[in-house]
Ligand binder design. Structure first.
Ligand SMILES: Cc1cc2nc3c(=O)[nH]c(=O)nc-3n(C[C@H](O)[C@H](O)[C@H](O)COP(=O)(O)OP(=O)(O)OC[C@H]3O[C@@H](n4cnc5c(N)ncnc54)[C@H](O)[C@@H]3O)c2cc1C
Length: 161
């Protein structure tokens, strides 16, 4: 490796930061207890914390055995929303929910940009590797879907801007 003036590490991940919960939140103890050795939150297939079913988690913070991508985070959201609404409704009616919605692993996929006209896209529609090979697509497709725009327009639309 050459001598460097500055090195900015951009790989790896850090433990989920729960310090902002302090010790005043009644859920802090159970949330901290859900942290795995790798510092992510242990959740069931209903995306409730193993240590506290009143707390849901989705996105990169969960310790599910899957890659952490926006595709996965987006697939966690409807499960969490549906389950919270079902629990609230049951609570209002004084009943219990027999079956909460469970999360089914979403497709693997990542789009890595490299400048405006280059990049590489990895898609695995089959989820399980034994059912097929992932598709890897190069510059043209990647530039069309992401490199040119970095999905900024889409992100703005999602946030109502
Ligand atoms: C270079 C790169 C390329 C990627 N490309 C793809 C791709 O092509 N396809 C794909 O599906 N995924 C991709 N990913 C992964 C994707 O970005 C993540 O999986 C996704 O953003 C996870 O969403 P999240 O909401 O869980 O977490 P984040 O998007 O990390 O959101 C967490 C937010 O919480 C905020 N936050 C943290 N602590 C606090 C606090 N105490 N109080 C308030 N706010 C707080 C953070 O600032 C952040 O805004 C890529 C990731 C990287 C780094």
């Amino acid at each position: 490796m050459q001598d460097l003036d500055t090195q900015i590490p951009t790989s790896g991940s850090r433990r989920v930061n729960t310090t902002f919960l302090g010790d005043k939140s009644p859920s802090a103890v159970t949330i901290n207890a859900a942290l795995t050795d790798h510092g992510r939150l242990d959740v069931s297939r209903t995306l409730q914390l193993i240590t506290n079913p009143n707390v849901f988690a989705g996105g990169d913070v969960v310790a599910l055995n899957e890659t952490h991508t926006l595709i996965k985070a987006g697939a966690h959201v409807p499960v969490i929303v549906e389950n919270i609404l079902a629990l609230l409704k049951a609570s209002e009616n004084g009943t219990t929910v027999a079956n909460l919605k469970t999360y089914k692993k979403a497709m693997d996929g990542i789009v890595i940009t490299n400048g405006v006209t280059r990049g590489v896209t990895y898609l695995d529609f089959f989820v399980l590797p034994i059912l097929g090979w992932p598709i890897i697509i190069g510059n043209w497709f990647t530039a069309m879907v992401k490199s040119k725009s970095l999905l900024i327009g889409r992100a703005k639309k999602m946030m109502g801007q």
